[in-house]
Write a protein that binds this ligand. Structure first.
Ligand code: CO8
Length: 259
């Protein structure tokens, strides 16, 4: 049982730490409060000697529908740069114990990026992955341009990021973005089963194994992430970014002015 506002956490049998994103009214949009809750839960599972693996999931409708657009829409460029907005999300990837992301429903924008920070991704049949930032006059800011491109290759990643269109679970599996697809209702049980298997292994060896796989994946990534974030911040210097987010909040179509 947990005391967080935006997530539910539970220590499950077999040494598994379970985290469920829980802001149903905003389809689990990743507000600052949700980040703080998630970071704190990950740190306490990391520090807990009884826990050997972690599962992160959302609801059946949404893993997470992105960064919280309503929280971001009035931000200005100098502020985004000054606080290095979104950089703290990289802490999720610094968790030492393996994280299985179990995605049902929408994993869009920051939600897709959070999913890709997990070590193993599995999806429910109804999962939808996307980087729709272009529709808001901005670009991915939490690793999407780097991790999605590494996961599914340049052409398909470019297509998703430039068109904003979503990819379904079967395709995500065929391209290696997720390792398995399960029926929506049994996804969380399957994630827990896999996590128990991992938690039953040697803790230090498990972490070493995770570290070396990540090494193969991450060389050169830090520069890419920093570059992406700076350009993401720069979209906050445009009128079109402001217009895109205002239009979302006001439930109307964006009117691009190309500046
Ligand atoms: N931020 C804030 N609120 C949201 C978000 C969001 N990303 N997504 C949904 N909501 C809210 C809606 O505004 C709505 O609230 P209300 O009931 O008050 O109007 C509620 O959640 C339910 O949503 P819908 O009524 O729209 O539900 P539908 O089933 O009709 O549609 C969709 C679901 C298709 C997922 C739709 O909600 C949608 O398009 N959402 C926005 C998706 C999006 O553009 N995500 C990208 C966000 S930008 C981003 O993540 C890039 C920043 C870089 C990373 C930052 C990470 C922190």
């Amino acid at each position: 049982a947990s005391t967080y506002e935006n997530i539910l956490t539970e220590k499950k049998e077999g040494g598994v730490g379970f985290i469920q994103l829980n802001r149903p009214k905003a389809l689990n949009a990743l507000c600052d409060g949700l980040y703080k809750d998630l970071h704190s839960a990950l740190q306490s599972f990391d520090a807990d000697p009884e826990i050997g693996a972690i599962v992160i999931t959302g609801s059946e409708k949404a893993f997470a529908a992105g960064a919280d657009i309503k929280e971001m829409k009035d931000k200005e460029y100098p502020q985004t740069y000054l606080i290095d907005m979104l950089s703290w999300w990289e802490n999720v990837g610094k968790t030492r114990k393996p994280i299985i992301g179990a995605v049902n429903g929408y994993a869009l924008g920051g939600g897709c990026e959070l999913a890709m920070m997990c070590d193993i991704l599995i999806a429910g049949k109804n999962a939808k992955f996307g980087q729709p930032e272009i529709n808001l006059g901005t670009i991915p800011g939490m690793g999407g341009s780097q991790r999605l491109t590494r996961a599914i290759g340049k052409s398909r990643a470019m297509e998703m990021i430039l068109t904003g269109e979503m990819m379904d679970a079967e395709e995500a599996a065929s391209r290696g973005l997720v390792s398995r697809v399960h029926p929506t209702e049994s996804l969380v049980d399957e994630a827990l089963k896999m996590a128990r298997k991992i938690a039953a292994q040697s803790r230090p060896i498990t972490i070493m194994a995770k570290d070396v796989v990540n090494q193969a994946f991450e060389t050169g990534l830090q520069d890419g992430l920093k570059f992406e974030r700076r350009v993401f911040h720069s979209t906050f210097a445009t009128n079109d970014r402001r217009e895109g987010m205002a239009a979302f909040a006001e439930k109307r179509k964006a009117n691009w002015t190309q500046n």
